[in-house]
Design a protein around this ligand. Structure first.
Ligand SMILES: *[C@@H]1O[C@H](CO)[C@@H](O)[C@H](O)[C@H]1NC(C)=O
Ligand SMILES: *[C@@H]1O[C@H](CO)[C@@H](O)[C@H](O)[C@H]1NC(C)=O
Ligand SMILES: *[C@@H]1O[C@H](CO)[C@@H](O)[C@H](O)[C@H]1NC(C)=O
Ligand SMILES: *[C@@H]1O[C@H](CO)[C@@H](O)[C@H](O)[C@H]1NC(C)=O
Ligand SMILES: *[C@@H]1O[C@H](CO)[C@@H](O)[C@H](O)[C@H]1NC(C)=O
Ligand SMILES: *[C@@H]1O[C@H](CO)[C@@H](O)[C@H](O)[C@H]1NC(C)=O
Ligand SMILES: *[C@@H]1O[C@H](CO)[C@@H](O)[C@H](O)[C@H]1NC(C)=O
Ligand SMILES: [Zn+2]
Length: 474
């Protein structure tokens, strides 16, 4: 999951919870939804039951976990620009064809091919310590012998303005508040520090918890000189802060032998063609690429596999929705939605046909409902659909979309959409670390997510009414 500047404020907007809780706005939904539509939505109860039964107790039980295990065992981390990622895309295409689904399109696009190379960081003064680090996406390299410089530690961009960073290595020791707030520092550290004449930047990992684990992630250079930039652990950020506050002179040697090139990759589209309105599309998605330090099981192997399961289940159950359900395995999400941006550009002429966009990229722990962006009418319709999922405790609609991932590209343009809300309280403990492995995944939770994902997308794609767009956006 990534970060998008424009979404930072959304976390602060008052959120309205539908479904389980009755709020003022659900009274407004009373006005916005007529009885006929409510009855129509309620009439999907038997279909919901069939899908839940098939996935939770029937033939599909355990399948998501089994397929994800095989996939992660085979490919592990899938960094954009690697042959391994391309092989994993071929594998998913083959897996889909084996289910007798043939409407598959792979769309090629240009992607960054960043090679991490050797990375080392050693504190030389006031004492010698080799530290853990992870270079941030697209970072430039240091000279072969590294950069040796004195360290300044700051707690914010404001504080950076007050110190002399010229010729130094700047450590941004910013404590986690929310992901979207804190990740700004990872994203802009290099550019801000370079603006003050620094030689390199180091960022406290974007997490609230650590067992000495550095967290990877993307960063973006601005107009300033490109300087090397990496993440360090919470423990070392705290150590450096203590030493700095005590007035010690800290000297660090930072070595990063990364390389940036370009290559191609592919978004994969799997269509279940709509029986009445094939031109109208409901997107159901996850991203197939991951960072290279972990195995990309949680981010976003789970989201990938529950989205893969949707057309497979609908086909097996002979469920043909009114509109087309387009499952997308996005590529190069971690490089700042490179795949989604390319798709949006290529398909802009048919964008009015995207009826709803779903993505799971915040974990696939026990499902709780959806986090959504859209007009109030759109939210009322989806909240009504979610009432059908009280039976699996997944009926909550949160009226914010704080996730930063591919579908933001569409939400920004007025397309209504949602992310999977799930019990992901520990998501950022593991996010973009070597700890993102199959061990985090749970068979039962994956089944619940798959069942929910398939049933919700089917019902939304099959309703007699479209989910309205936000037409006030340009
Ligand atoms: C909305 O909810 C608030 C807080 O519960 C309450 O004070 C207010 O009277 C409600 N307004 C309406 C129109 O129901
Ligand atoms: C580009 O990617 C393809 C497929 O992964 C690979 O075979 C090829 O070697 C790559 N090209 C470069 C210049 O790395
Ligand atoms: C996918 O299937 C093709 C055709 O059967 C095969 O040549 C290829 O090796 C398969 N790729 C993967 C990654 O499984
Ligand atoms: C794929 O979908 C298109 C309609 O969008 C249809 O014309 C075509 O026959 C389908 N192909 C397969 C192999 O199902
Ligand atoms: C980068 O520089 C160009 C040209 O000077 C300027 O127009 C642009 O606004 C700058 N962008 C940023 C992010 O500072
Ligand atoms: C619709 O889009 C406009 C412009 O981006 C935005 O200000 C507004 O909050 C959006 N409304 C909803 C309900 O999403
Ligand atoms: C939903 O919550 C109820 C009450 O806490 C519990 O008994 C039930 O097992 C839960 N169902 C699922 C699928 O988690
Ligand atoms: Zn992700």
């Amino acid at each position: 999951m990534l970060y998008l500047l424009k979404l930072v404020l959304i976390a602060d907007i008052l959120s309205h919870v539908y479904g389980e809780q009755i709020t003022n706005e659900s009274e407004t939904c009373e006005e916005l939804l007529d009885e006929e539509l409510k009855e129509e939505i309620a009439s999907y109860g038997p279909t919901r039951d069939k899908i839940l039964k098939y996935v939770l107790e029937g033939e599909f039980k355990g399948r998501t976990f089994k397929e994800l295990t095989k996939f992660i065992n085979k490919f592990g981390g899938r960094l954009t620009g690697t042959e391994n990622l391309e092989n994993s895309i071929d594998y998913m295409i083959n897996l889909t064809i084996k289910e007798d689904i043939h409407n598959i399109t792979a769309e090629t696009l240009k992607v960054p091919q960043w090679t991490r190379g050797k990375e080392e960081i050693t504190m030389l003064k006031p004492r010698v310590k080799n530290m853990a680090l992870i270079g941030l996406g697209n970072s430039v390299a240091t000279p072969k012998d590294g950069i040796t410089a004195e360290v300044v530690v700051v707690d914010s961009f404001e504080e950076l303005e007050k110190v002399d960073a010229k010729g130094k290595i700047v450590v941004f020791n910013v404590h986690f508040t929310t992901y979207s707030e804190t990740v700004k520092y990872r994203f802009e550290a290099a550019t801000r520090a370079a603006g003050k004449g620094a030689l390199a930047s180091l960022v406290r990992s974007v997490t609230m918890f650590s067992i000495y684990s550095p967290h990877a992630g993307m960063q973006k250079y601005g107009n300033e000189t490109k300087i090397p930039t990496a993440a360090i652990t919470l423990e070392d950020a705290n150590l450096l802060k203590r030493l700095y506050t005590a007035g010690e002179k800290i000297v660090i040697n930072l070595k990063m032998l990364s390389k940036l090139d370009y290559n191609t990759s592919r978004n994969t589209l799997v269509d279940i063609i709509g029986r009445e309105n094939p031109e109208k599309i409901v997107i159901v998605s996850g991203h197939i690429d991951s960072w290279d330090n972990g195995e990309g099981a949680m981010d976003d192997g789970g989201g990938l596999m529950i989205s893969w399961a949707v057309p497979v289940i609908l086909k097996k159950m002979n469920l043909e929705p009114r509109r087309t359900i387009r499952t997308i395995f996005w590529t190069a999400e971690e490089q700042q939605y490179v795949g989604a941006e390319a798709y949006e550009k290529k398909h802009r002429h048919e964008e009015k046909n995207i009826n709803f966009a779903l993505e799971s990229d915040d974990g696939t722990f026990a499902p709780r409902g959806l986090q959504m962006l859209g007009t109030q009418k759109a939210r009322c319709i989806v909240a009504e659909v979610l009432k059908l999922f009280k039976v699996i405790n997944a009926s909550t609609l949160i009226d914010t979309y704080v996730s930063a991932t591919d579908i933001n590209v569409f939400l920004e343009r007025g397309v209504p959409g949602a992310g999977l809300l799930n019990d992901n309280g520990k998501y950022y403990w593991y996010h973009h670390t070597a700890g993102d492995t199959m061990d985090l995944m749970d068979e039962k939770s994956l089944d619940l997510c798959t069942a929910f994902w398939a049933a919700v997308s089917y019902i939304i794609a099959d309703l007699s009414v479209d989910i309205p767009r936000n037409d006030t956006t340009s």
